[in-house]
Design a protein. Sequence first.
Length: 421
Amino acid sequence: MTPNPNVMQAVEKLGYRVTVGDVATQAGLNLAEANRGLLALATDAGGHLQVAESGDVVYLFPRNFRDILRNKYFQLRLQEWWQKVWKVLFYLLRISFGIFLVVSIALITITIILIITAMNSSNDNDNRNSNSSSSWGFFYIPDLFWYFNPNYETYPEQKRRSRNQDSQMNFFEAVFSFLFGDGNPNARLEERRWQEIATVIRTNQGAIAAEQISPYLDDLGASYQQEYEDYMLPVLLRFNGQPKVSPEGQIVYYFPELQVRASNKQYEPVSPYLEELPWRFSAADSGQIMLSGGLGIVNLVGALVLGSLLRDGTVAAQLGGLVAFVQGIYWLLLTYGVGFLAVPLIRYFWIQGRNKKILNRNRDRMARARLLGDPHPDLQQKIDYARQFGTETVITNKDLIYSTETDLLEQEVEKKLGSGE
């Protein structure tokens, strides 16, 4: 069984000495997954179990456990190798769209010039007009593409100012971002949700009222379901929570396994509610977006002009060479030109609709969080009752009765020496 990468990352962040509750909170896992992951990792990486007098278990791992696993599992070495290869492949994929755009514009422009030149010659126009057209075309291309010149930084300052210095993208990366964006900003939303819920529970020493968790949940159900706090069932199941009923009939919840810690490390501050991040059209700066869109328009207009010139198939047949080649791939160039502008346009309107839904969900969760800022008397009474069940246990070496690090007989001797027997 290959160790869970989320468990491995949590162990490293927590200092290689953890409880199940520590890992569940850090990684956003349920307790069963965290427990299985820790047992598997301890078995494979030479970890140790430390048992406290209370019966609670702490897992201790060597700091080089990744090296141990890498030597043991070929699959892990393969995964690490593939991650490196995939980064290179994905980068090549990203820049390929920008490269194709440049190639498309260059092919279209040169082909138009060749056709117009040939048409002018066939109409017995003077060479001056032909030379004028040619010189215009070949002068325009390098000026248009100054942005991707490898010596871009040597261009005059007024041209460099158009580029936002905060952007870390080059032109080809910006083209991909303009087309497809930069990924889902909430790709790890569920993991973040459960991390924040577990942190809130631990911050309140393992005992909470349902209203303290509701700002991190969605779809609380109908009003009667909210009244009976049905939305707390997934939380109880995930973290082995137990309900308690107050004399007034109010329900609170405590989580024994989240009340045990391996260290006094402070919790990272948590947001008062789960905030979804809005989708961005592109992480490229405004200058790069305008340049990408502008070149897309140039490419599409050029493709349409080229199509009108190629309508008479005899021209390509007469000229042959590059013109014949471009005619053969013309529909590919036209499709790319249309798609280059259509995809960002569709994505723009899709993002607007999605961000409205995100805004509404954030508002709902924020409204629930505000109730905790100035709780009404019944809610405050409920929170106070929950605090009666709040406790926190930090397991230190003094609390241990057994550890797999050393032989059991040695541990007994050390205990007796420590007690002065």
